[in-house]
Ligand binder design. Structure first.
Ligand SMILES: [Cu+2]
Length: 589
């Protein structure tokens, strides 16, 4: 699709061509490990005496193939470090924006007339609200922290390259469940190019061994799986059988559509801790582990659009993986049930989801690998074929991970909150995903992406119109039914809170944990019954009062408009909140 660049952007591109992008003597910005190299853990930035204060700089730069890479760089040079904190700690980040160059995407350009800040933009980054290709901000995905500027506010907060370092000052709630969270930019219209380019990092709330003694003493590792544009977009698939190569069609975003075969050219390449595993040969990264050693792996799918279905193979046989946490929340942390591990042979991870898994190293001398299996994303979805991520080598001298969980942890106190599943919802709402191609006959025509509260007019998210689509009193619990009226998967995410999956396509589910991101199945095009999830939404936490977002976490869809605004309004002081009451809940207005 032809895109017309605004004059300002053209001038900026020309200006930057001689500054940030062509000085060959400088070291490569956001350089990446070699294909096939051994996976290194991200560096840890750890809180001390209850405080983690750190400088982070967001940079970008061109790769040899012309793609734009993004990365966070800490003062010590570490790239996209893991922020490690304890519940109750203070996190102080000074974020400097050093974005430069021709860094925009056709997806973003289509939806936004302007990609550069205007001359009269507000000087206060908290009030600016101008989403441009060179602006950035931070979202702390999964944390139950206030949606206000300098904490976790992304509707207005925009930090420009000319700004001084911007301070984030966040108190991790004492009740924040121990597990894996993450940080990434959230500039509407430009989140996709920044995250796809690599702008993401892990945030780990330590102490899962206090919620689950079965992981006490285990070495802990962090793996961040990201997607990126294909390094070899013109290569033909390497066929491993006699199947004819599948017909490749592209959607309006230029992504290769789901072939439905499990093979063929993927829509995106993948990397693991930035080690690329590119199509078409998928030379795996290397993971070393001592033979039969048990480890806790904290895995984040930081992909912009790629679904993962993780599996570990030993001698080509799937291994059972012990899931101990999902989206940062330990399994059965607050219930009397004793089962704190669920064993699975493969784990679906939509974009933005995390999982903590107990993994056992293979016996010495056996071949093992970490793969992602194909995900059927629907006829309008992207092609996510089966492919390896890493070859796992069992070596007696493999280096031990730098983090080892406490061997004799103090158990976490039980939450005073009633289990979400036992609280009566105040009301039920229905929301639905829908898409509208401008030319239904042309799969390459522009598509608008919507998430709509039933009864309201479908409307593309507009950062200039932040009137809430949904208003909820603090303290309430609601049931939300999220329908998918499209022919591809979507991943529903809401900021600030976690929710409980109650029903999957109308079938009751009993999950003893919470999520902040959930896959919604695609519509087959004929069934009268639309695919849906029913979620119990928890607005009891007073920390989250304010205005924030819910959206699809497939970032092309989010940038394309599939996002809405919710406001949690404070409950009058005279009215007691039902947050600490057991069932039956207090009455609701
Ligand atoms: Cu979506």
């Amino acid at each position: 699709m032809r895109v017309r660049l605004p004059i300002g952007l053209i001038l900026l591109c020309l200006g930057s061509a001689t500054s940030a992008f062509t000085q060959s003597a400088k070291p490569e910005i956001c350089s990446r490990p070699a294909i096939g190299s051994v996976v290194a853990e991200p560096e840890d930035l750890r809180s001390q005496a209850g405080v983690l204060e750190a400088d982070l700089t967001l940079r970008n730069g061109p790769a040899a193939n012309g793609q734009t890479r993004y990365c966070y760089v800490a003062a010590d040079g570490s790239v996209s470090p893991t922020l490690r904190l304890q519940p109750g700690d203070l996190l102080i980040l000074h974020l400097k924006n050093e974005l430069a160059g021709p860094a925009t995407s056709p997806t973003a350009m289509r939806h936004h007339a302007s990609t550069t800040a205007t001359a009269d933009s507000p000087t206060d980054p908290c009030l600016r609200g101008e989403m441009t290709a060179f602006a950035t901000n931070l979202h702390f995905h999964g944390l139950a922290i206030p949606p206000v500027c300098h904490q976790d506010e992304v509707l207005k907060t925009t930090i420009n390259p000319s700004d001084a370092p911007f301070e984030y000052r966040i108190r991790i709630p004492a009740e924040q469940p121990p597990g894996l969270y993450w940080y990434h930019p959230h500039i509407h219209g430009f989140t996709n190019p920044q995250v796809l380019g690599g702008a993401s990092g892990a945030l780990l709330i330590e102490g899962i061994e206090r919620a689950n003694p079965e992981v006490a003493g285990l070495p802990e590792r962090v793996f961040v799986i990201r997607d990126q544009d294909l390094l070899n977009p013109d290569a033909q698939p390497v066929q491993t059988d006699s199947m004819p190569p599948p017909l490749l069609l592209r959607d309006a975003e230029g992504d290769i559509l789901n072939t439905g075969t499990g093979g063929g050219k993927p829509a995106k390449d993948l990397s693991i801790n930035f080690v690329p595993v590119p199509y078409p040969r998928y030379l795996p990264a290397g993971i070393k582990i001592r033979p039969e050693e048990k480890q806790l792996w904290c895995v984040l799918n930081a992909s912009a659009i790629t679904y993962l279905d993780l599996q570990m193979l030993v001698e080509n046989k799937p291994q059972m993986l012990g899931v101990v946490s999902v989206d940062g929340v330990p399994i059965n942390a607050n219930q009397t049930a004793q089962k704190k591990i669920t064993w699975q042979s493969h784990i679906l991870l939509p974009p933005a989801s995390r999982v903590g898994i107990i993994v056992k190293g293979p016996a010495a001398g056996t071949a093992a690998s970490l793969i992602t299996r194909t995900v059927d994303t629907g006829p309008a979805g992207e092609n996510d074929p089966t492919r390896p991520l890493a070859a796992i080598a069992a070596e007696p001298n493999a280096p031990e991970p730098s983090v080892q969980l406490a061997t004799n942890p103090t158990p976490l106190p039980r939450s005073n909150n009633a289990w979400l599943g036992a609280v009566k919802p105040a009301r039920t709402r229905t929301l639905y995903f829908s898409e509208h191609p401008h030319d239904p006959q042309n799969p390459n025509s522009r598509t608008d992406f919507y998430i709509t509260v039933e009864g309201q007019e479908p409307k593309l998210f507009d950062p200039q119109d932040t009137a809430p689509n949904i208003v909820v009193p603090e303290g309430d619990v609601e049931d939300w039914i999220i329908e998918n009226r499209t022919r591809e998967l979507h991943a529903f995410h809401i900021h600030q809170i976690h929710f409980m999956l109650e029903e999957w396509n109308g079938v009751p589910i009993d999950e003893p944990f919470l999520r902040d991101t959930i896959n919604v199945a695609y519509w087959d095009g004929t069934s009268p019954q639309l695919p849906s999830v029913k979620l119990r939404m928890d607005f009891r936490d007073p920390h989250i009062v304010g205005t924030f977002l819910y959206h699809c976490h497939l970032l092309e869809h989010e940038d394309g408009g599939m996002m809405g605004v919710i406001q949690v309004v404070p409950r009058p002081a005279a009215e007691s909140t039902p947050s600490t009451q057991p069932t039956p809940p207090a009455t609701h207005r």
